[in-house]
Design a protein. Structure first.
Length: 136
Protein backbone atom coordinates (compact mmCIF):
# COMPACT_ATOMS: atom_id res chain seq x y z
CA UNK A 1 0.00 0.00 0.00
CA UNK A 2 1.30 3.44 -0.95
CA UNK A 3 0.52 6.24 1.46
CA UNK A 4 1.58 8.82 -1.14
CA UNK A 5 0.02 10.56 -4.09
CA UNK A 6 1.24 8.56 -7.06
CA UNK A 7 2.11 9.65 -10.58
CA UNK A 8 0.91 7.93 -13.75
CA UNK A 9 4.27 8.59 -15.42
CA UNK A 10 2.81 10.64 -18.28
CA UNK A 11 3.52 14.24 -19.11
CA UNK A 12 0.86 16.71 -20.20
CA UNK A 13 1.92 16.28 -23.84
CA UNK A 14 1.15 12.54 -23.62
CA UNK A 15 4.76 11.33 -23.58
CA UNK A 16 6.30 9.20 -20.82
CA UNK A 17 8.31 10.96 -18.13
CA UNK A 18 12.00 10.12 -18.56
CA UNK A 19 12.47 9.86 -14.77
CA UNK A 20 9.51 7.58 -14.04
CA UNK A 21 11.54 4.36 -13.71
CA UNK A 22 13.51 6.00 -10.88
CA UNK A 23 10.59 7.71 -9.16
CA UNK A 24 8.83 6.08 -6.21
CA UNK A 25 5.62 7.94 -7.05
CA UNK A 26 5.47 5.85 -10.26
CA UNK A 27 7.04 2.54 -9.16
CA UNK A 28 5.23 2.02 -5.84
CA UNK A 29 2.36 -0.47 -5.79
CA UNK A 30 -0.92 1.46 -5.66
CA UNK A 31 -3.65 0.82 -3.14
CA UNK A 32 -7.30 0.26 -4.12
CA UNK A 33 -8.07 3.83 -2.99
CA UNK A 34 -5.01 5.50 -4.46
CA UNK A 35 -4.73 9.21 -5.22
CA UNK A 36 -2.97 10.15 -8.48
CA UNK A 37 -1.53 13.22 -10.20
CA UNK A 38 0.28 13.94 -13.45
CA UNK A 39 3.06 16.52 -13.64
CA UNK A 40 3.83 18.41 -16.80
CA UNK A 41 7.53 19.21 -16.89
CA UNK A 42 10.05 16.61 -18.14
CA UNK A 43 13.11 16.46 -15.87
CA UNK A 44 11.71 19.34 -13.79
CA UNK A 45 9.13 17.56 -11.63
CA UNK A 46 8.82 19.04 -8.15
CA UNK A 47 7.24 15.78 -6.90
CA UNK A 48 10.07 13.38 -7.83
CA UNK A 49 10.82 10.77 -5.11
CA UNK A 50 14.10 8.94 -5.78
CA UNK A 51 13.75 5.14 -5.65
CA UNK A 52 17.21 4.84 -4.11
CA UNK A 53 15.59 6.05 -0.87
CA UNK A 54 12.77 3.47 -1.11
CA UNK A 55 12.56 -0.30 -1.43
CA UNK A 56 10.76 -1.07 -4.69
CA UNK A 57 11.01 -4.24 -6.77
CA UNK A 58 11.19 -3.53 -10.48
CA UNK A 59 10.49 -5.82 -13.44
CA UNK A 60 11.54 -6.08 -17.07
CA UNK A 61 9.29 -7.38 -19.83
CA UNK A 62 10.65 -10.16 -22.08
CA UNK A 63 8.96 -10.54 -25.44
CA UNK A 64 8.94 -14.14 -26.65
CA UNK A 65 7.51 -12.92 -29.94
CA UNK A 66 10.35 -10.41 -30.56
CA UNK A 67 13.08 -12.24 -28.61
CA UNK A 68 14.06 -9.18 -26.60
CA UNK A 69 13.42 -6.90 -23.62
CA UNK A 70 10.99 -3.99 -23.93
CA UNK A 71 13.08 -0.88 -24.57
CA UNK A 72 12.92 2.29 -22.53
CA UNK A 73 9.84 4.41 -23.13
CA UNK A 74 8.08 1.23 -24.32
CA UNK A 75 9.39 1.69 -27.86
CA UNK A 76 10.90 -1.37 -29.52
CA UNK A 77 12.92 -4.31 -28.21
CA UNK A 78 16.53 -4.87 -27.21
CA UNK A 79 18.93 -7.61 -26.16
CA UNK A 80 20.71 -5.14 -23.84
CA UNK A 81 19.68 -4.98 -20.19
CA UNK A 82 21.01 -1.41 -20.08
CA UNK A 83 18.49 -0.36 -22.73
CA UNK A 84 15.57 -2.26 -21.15
CA UNK A 85 12.83 -0.39 -19.29
CA UNK A 86 12.15 -1.21 -15.62
CA UNK A 87 8.51 -1.27 -14.48
CA UNK A 88 6.80 -1.43 -11.09
CA UNK A 89 4.99 -4.71 -10.42
CA UNK A 90 1.46 -3.42 -11.02
CA UNK A 91 2.44 -1.84 -14.36
CA UNK A 92 4.33 -4.96 -15.55
CA UNK A 93 1.36 -7.16 -14.60
CA UNK A 94 -0.93 -4.94 -16.66
CA UNK A 95 1.34 -5.23 -19.70
CA UNK A 96 1.55 -9.01 -19.41
CA UNK A 97 -2.20 -9.45 -18.96
CA UNK A 98 -3.05 -7.31 -21.99
CA UNK A 99 -0.30 -8.84 -24.18
CA UNK A 100 -1.18 -12.47 -23.47
CA UNK A 101 -4.84 -12.63 -24.41
CA UNK A 102 -4.47 -15.38 -27.03
CA UNK A 103 -0.99 -16.80 -26.35
CA UNK A 104 2.03 -16.14 -24.15
CA UNK A 105 3.84 -13.30 -25.93
CA UNK A 106 5.36 -11.40 -23.00
CA UNK A 107 6.51 -12.25 -19.48
CA UNK A 108 7.64 -10.14 -16.55
CA UNK A 109 11.04 -10.89 -15.03
CA UNK A 110 12.30 -9.39 -11.79
CA UNK A 111 15.25 -7.06 -12.28
CA UNK A 112 17.38 -9.24 -9.99
CA UNK A 113 16.72 -12.39 -12.03
CA UNK A 114 17.32 -10.57 -15.31
CA UNK A 115 20.63 -9.12 -14.11
CA UNK A 116 21.81 -12.48 -12.76
CA UNK A 117 21.57 -14.02 -16.24
CA UNK A 118 19.57 -16.92 -14.84
CA UNK A 119 16.43 -16.09 -16.85
CA UNK A 120 18.15 -16.29 -20.23
CA UNK A 121 20.13 -19.32 -19.09
CA UNK A 122 16.93 -21.18 -18.27
CA UNK A 123 15.24 -19.93 -21.41
CA UNK A 124 17.99 -21.14 -23.74
CA UNK A 125 19.47 -23.95 -21.64
CA UNK A 126 22.86 -22.25 -21.52
CA UNK A 127 25.32 -21.99 -18.68
CA UNK A 128 25.40 -18.74 -16.73
CA UNK A 129 29.08 -18.24 -17.63
CA UNK A 130 28.30 -18.33 -21.37
CA UNK A 131 25.63 -15.65 -20.94
CA UNK A 132 27.95 -13.43 -18.91
CA UNK A 133 30.67 -13.74 -21.57
CA UNK A 134 28.20 -12.70 -24.28
CA UNK A 135 27.13 -9.69 -22.22
CA UNK A 136 30.71 -8.36 -22.05
Amino acid sequence: MSDITMCNGELVDGTNCKRRANCHRFTATPDNWQSWFSDGQPMECDNFMDNSNCETELFLIWSHEHNGWWKKNEFGYTQSLNEAERFPRYYAEGIVVSANLTKCNECMVSEGLALSGEFLGRKYGEDKEEIEEEAL
